[in-house]
Design a protein around this ligand. Structure first.
Ligand SMILES: [Zn+2]
Length: 436
């Protein structure tokens, strides 16, 4: 074979190889999308925090005006058509009780109303939705092609310091309780409201974690089979929960502080300890939970309005109602927070996997409760993008299934198992002792 002919053959081979690579590249991308869609559709997708009732209330006012969740746009980010598009199997609708009820009274009644309203939403759509309260219920709903709607209480003040109320809520199908919202209650400290310009963590450190009654609440939740949620809890409360809980615990809607330093996110150490006990961290998709740049921008805004905020607080100190009105006005004047890129959600998922393993992470979007979902993940219909991005970054099908729902189901079934093992334990009679 002559030299020139050899070169020609080589050239031809090289051209063929390049062409083959080009042909291969196009189907590879298609394959990934198709593979992701198939995997997502076949998987159980759990989302442990959706503020559907809160958004309904904000958007439509009085309950009588609430729109049907079957209508597109009934809430900002969640409705039946979008839940279906998003392939969601098991959303938890939050029975969120605002902190104001802790002061005015009526927390338990408010929680009862919301629980009833969620049941009503489900009852109107028997073909598409089904009320669920166990791992078995979720798997059955998936097999039937229905969406399993679950309920979680957000804000431990909802039980009004009553074990009887806690048990009542369990009987109504409520399967987790976030121990605090942004308020410290009578038995557990909160991480507080860091959105306030005068935020100071110490203000919320009243008990330095859980009181004896708070520990009894956690233990009674273990006995009942109600998941203990540490989202919103203070550092000391999380320490006490991890020490006193007999079942693994979870964070229903919190992300990683290493990537976005806000008190609502978890430190690496907390994530590792939650995981070591068999718990899971369900990643929140709010831009400020995901992105340090969003935190820094927000902090700069808070610094800007702080003098005015403090002056207003002082000016109306004798008129609490007016003071609140004026402070709300200042807060509403803040510019809308810019959305971050949606792939940061996957960065947080990968961070948990890196420090605590692939069994420790899931999704707790907080849709309908956040003002700043990321660009590209504007509502629950976009969740399949997370599956595709995880596959694109090289995660196995098995790992993706874990993130989407299997980690949460494993954790939930452990909570159920611990409850069964405590069947012979009598109900707690703990009370908060009257003030001396
Ligand atoms: Zn929350």
């Amino acid at each position: 074979m002559g030299g020139r002919r050899m070169i020609n053959v080589r050239l031809t081979l090289a051209v063929c190889a390049a062409a083959a690579a080009a042909v291969a590249a196009a189907p590879a991308a298609e394959d990934l999308a198709a593979r992701a869609a198939r995997l997502h559709q076949a998987s159980i997708v759990a989302d442990t925090h959706e503020d559907v009732p809160e958004d309904m209330g904000e958007k439509w006012g009085a309950y009588a005006n609430w729109h049907d969740i079957g209508e597109p746009g009934a809430t900002k980010e969640v409705d039946i058509p979008r839940l279906k598009q998003g392939g969601v199997t098991a959303p938890f609708f939050a029975v969120y009780v605002p902190a104001s009820y802790a002061e005015s009274g009526g927390s338990a009644r408010y929680a009862l109303d919301l629980s009833d309203l969620i049941d009503g939403m489900v009852a109107r759509h028997p073909g598409e939705l089904v009320g669920a309260a166990s791992v078995a219920d979720i798997r059955r709903a998936k097999a039937e092609g229905r969406i399993a709607v679950l309920k979680g209480i957000e804000g431990g003040h909802a039980i009004e310091d009553s074990m009887g109320a806690l048990r009542g809520f369990y009987r109504l199908g409520i399967r987790y309780m976030t121990l605090t919202h942004t308020n410290t209650n009578h038995w557990a400290d909160s991480s507080g409201n860091f959105f306030a310009p005068d935020y100071a963590a110490a203000t919320y450190q009243v008990h330095h974690g859980l009181t004896d009654f708070g520990r009894a609440v956690v233990r009674e939740m273990n006995r009942l089979g109600m998941m203990v949620d540490v989202s919103h809890a203070s550092v000391e409360t999380i320490d006490d929960v991890l020490e006193s809980s007999r079942a693994p615990v979870f964070a229903s809607h919190s992300s990683c502080r290493a990537l976005s330093n806000i008190p609502r996110n978890l430190t690496d150490d907390q994530i590792k300890r939650i995981a070591a006990q068999g718990g899971v961290v369900m990643v929140n998709v709010s831009s400020i939970f995901l992105d340090q740049a969003a935190v820094d921008r927000f902090q700069a805004e808070l610094d800007r309005i702080r003098p005015q905020y403090l002056a207003t607080k002082e000016q109306y100190k004798d008129d609490p109602a007016r003071r609140q009105q004026e402070l709300d006005k200042i807060m509403k004047g803040l510019p809308k927070r810019a959305p971050s890129d949606w792939t940061k959600v996957v960065d947080h998922i990968e961070h948990v996997i890196r420090i605590a393993g692939p069994d420790a992470v899931g999704l707790g979007t907080d849709f309908d409760g956040i003002p700043d979902p990321p660009a590209g993940l504007e509502d629950v219909s976009k969740l399949p993008r997370i599956t595709e991005e995880l596959l694109r970054r090289g995660h196995s099908d098995d790992e993706v299934r874990k993130v989407l729902g299997e980690n949460f189901l494993r954790f939930f079934s452990k909570v159920e198992e611990v409850s069964r093992s405590l069947a012979s334990e009598p109900p707690s009679q703990a009370q908060i002792p009257p003030a001396p």
